[in-house]
Design a protein around this ligand. Structure first.
Ligand code: PXG
Length: 466
């Protein structure tokens, strides 16, 4: 590791921080009471694919922060780009006919990476705001097209599109909808393309077509003149790394084209190389009308998000729209945009995404598959540098554990304590390591996961659960 930027804390200092944290900090997606009791794990520094906590434990970050730290930690060029921009122009807004150099350059660069016929960008600070922007833009588009009644956007159960009112509504997380009158009006959902759960006797290819047909059913049920757009993540991330069969997205595209429904690809996780292509839609061969991006656009070093818009939509907004009454103080923040340009330069110059596609993805696929031999694991799958495995009570029948046992959380605890971050989504254990991980580091990560599975098995056996 480089020279530490803070010394590991003394036991006294650590206890003070934990007390402050528990007393004053309301964490996202957290049971506040339970956290206050347990205390947080304080992360103090990081380098490459490793994070380090205040007690000096070095942990492989198998989740790239929250899916975003594509280039890993400690990249000086990214910090330098931010610093240089802060010293030149730390902020100016893009309202009222002003702009800044990095925002304009980045917009052009993003369009050059996106599928053809997408040549305009709107900036936000996060993925949630990107999706809020899309809801506004979709409805404005149909208004301008003389069809304001076309206002329903279809998402999917267990999809995740953020935590603002519109983002949480587009997503299909029942737990979020239950806390506060969501979804907002004009949002509908269909079932997710989850082969493991819903595939039955079908082949994956046949299931992909069937899962896409649920969109057509929904369009017909709602009335085709009411449906404005469909939104999906190329691979569902927060929902547990749900990788659709290859037939799914092209069929979704066909259905959207047939009914004139706008297609939204939420690339907040899949964008910037996660699947071995700049955007996930390129892997699946679809041409969306909107791409939502955030997270890895800056490798997580600065909050930045936005929307890349197809010419079909943006030409109408530009030619017919007048003023679009929407925007954020920090839209096109010069520091985030300068950092993103440097992040994209490194991804490109170092061939990071080509390396994911050609070398790392096949290697991870092979190594991750070997975890399927473990008695607790009933299925494994990867695509690019995302992977998911299922913990089951009975490997042969795939019988699930009782949800109340929180077996995924038990496994997650063993992972974290043993030196690797995995995320638990129910009993699906998922990974999304930095795109700069090496094959040797993949080996180290897999060995730690295997050991954590062993410890999970031992604990479940001891408790009489397995
Ligand atoms: N769309 C997708 C596909 C996402 O994954 C968002 C939108 C919202 O982005 P912001 O920047 O507003 O958070 C996300 C975010 C998890 C986890 O535990 C995933 C996300 C956020 C927090 C936790 O998997 N994804």
């Amino acid at each position: 590791m480089n020279a530490p930027f803070s010394a590991p804390l003394s036991a006294h200092e650590l206890s003070l921080i934990k007390t402050r944290d528990a007393a004053h900090y309301l964490h996202p997606f957290t049971d506040f009471k339970a956290l206050a009791k347990q205390g947080s794990r304080i992360i103090v520094r990081a380098e490459g694919i490793y994070i380090e906590d205040a007690e000096g434990h070095r942990i492989i970050d198998g989740m790239s922060g929250l899916w975003n730290v594509a280039l890993g930690y400690g990249r000086r060029e990214l910090a330098d780009a931010a610093y240089a921009q802060m010293m030149t122009l730390p902020f100016y807004n893009s309202f009222f006919q002003t702009s800044n150099i990095p925002a304009a350059e980045l917009a052009e660069t993003l369009c050059s990476l996106a599928p053809p016929d997408m040549k305009r960008v709107f900036y936000s600070n996060s993925g949630s705001e990107a999706n809020d922007t899309i809801v506004r833009a979709v409805r404005r588009y149909w208004q301008l097209m003389g069809a304001p009644e076309r206002d329903i956007i279809i998402g999917r159960h267990n999809g995740y599109h953020g935590s603002t009112m519109a983002g949480a509504s587009l997503g299909g997380m029942a737990g979020m909808h239950a806390q506060g009158g969501l979804p907002i009006p004009g949002i509908a959902h269909i079932e997710q393309p989850y082969y493991f759960d819903l595939g039955g006797d079908l082949s994956p290819e046949a299931f992909g077509i069937k899962a896409a047909s649920w969109l057509e059913d929904k369009i017909q049920a709602l009335g085709e003149k009411r449906v404005a757009a469909f939104i999906g993540e190329p691979v569902q991330g927060a929902g547990g790394v749900i990788i659709p069969p290859a037939t799914y997205w092209p069929e979704i595209q066909r259905i959207c084209d047939k009914y004139g429904v706008l297609l939204i690809s939420d690339e907040v996780i899949c964008g910037f190389g996660r699947l071995g292509t700049w955007f996930g839609c390129q892997h699946f061969g679809v041409r969306p009308d909107f791409i939502a991006f955030a997270k890895a656009v800056t490798s997580g070093y600065f909050p930045l998000g936005g929307v890349i818009v197809s010419d079909r939509v943006s030409d109408v907004l530009v030619q017919k729209g007048g003023e679009f009454n929407h925007g954020y103080t920090n839209s096109g923040h010069p520091v985030g945009c300068a950092l993103a340009l440097e992040n994209i330069r490194i991804l490109r110059d170092e061939g990071v995404i080509d390396n994911v596609r050609a070398t790392l993805a096949p290697y991870l696929a092979q190594r991750f598959k070997s975890l399927g031999e473990h008695p607790l694991v009933s299925a494994t799958e990867t695509l690019g540098l995302v992977g998911g495995l299922v913990l089951s009570k009975n490997k042969a029948t795939r019988e699930a554990f009782d949800a109340g046992l929180e077996v995924g959380m038990i496994c997650r605890r063993h992972c974290f304590d043993g030196g690797v971050v995995m995320r638990a989504v129910g009993d699906r254990m998922i990974i999304a390591p930095p795109l700069v991980i090496t094959p040797a580091e993949i080996d180290a990560m897999i060995a730690l996961i295997r050991r954590s599975l062993d410890l999970t098995l031992a604990e479940l056996t001891q408790k009489g659960i397995f």
